[in-house]
Design a protein around this ligand. Structure first.
Ligand code: 5GP
Ligand code: ZN
Length: 113
């Protein structure tokens, strides 16, 4: 990892200091299940570079993000899902380490859980 912050929970997840359910990992990104899923399979993808906002992430850390999102989407097999990325409190960012959400959207009436 090129840059981490000792107090950041997502940097700790990358280092294995906080447990997570790992999905895809490459040299540049790490992905895992969201602890408070909006739907079953809700995943997060994070660069292995501590930056608060998207525009601060070096390009070399972004190249693996979309392929990881595609792998997760294929694995989920969801017909409907959102790819989402929030920057700043007003835009609903809660964790200050850039992350991309993959959020399945079950059809009304689909079983959850
Ligand atoms: P944001 O609102 O910042 O875009 O999303 C932050 C996400 O991180 C939330 O969906 C929240 O449930 C998730 N999250 C926060 N802390 C942890 C954690 O310690 N482990 C995991 N797996 N997800 C977390
Ligand atoms: Zn971090």
């Amino acid at each position: 990892m090129v840059r981490s912050l000792a107090t950041c929970i997502f940097c700790k997840i990358i280092k294995g200091e906080i447990p997570s359910y790992k999905l895809v990992e490459t040299e540049k990104v790490f992905s895992f299940l969201d602890i408070g899923p909006l739907a079953k399979g809700h995943a997060l993808i994070i660069p292995k570079y501590h930056a608060e906002k998207f525009h601060e992430v070096p390009d070399e850390y972004l190249g693996d993000v979309l392929p990881a999102a595609k792998k997760i989407a294929l694995a989920l097999g969801a017909e409907n899902y959102n790819l989402l990325q929030n920057n700043g409190r007003i835009a609903h960012q809660e964790v200050d380490h850039v992350h991309f959400h993959v959020i399945p959207k079950p059809a009304p009436g689909d079983a959850e859980g």
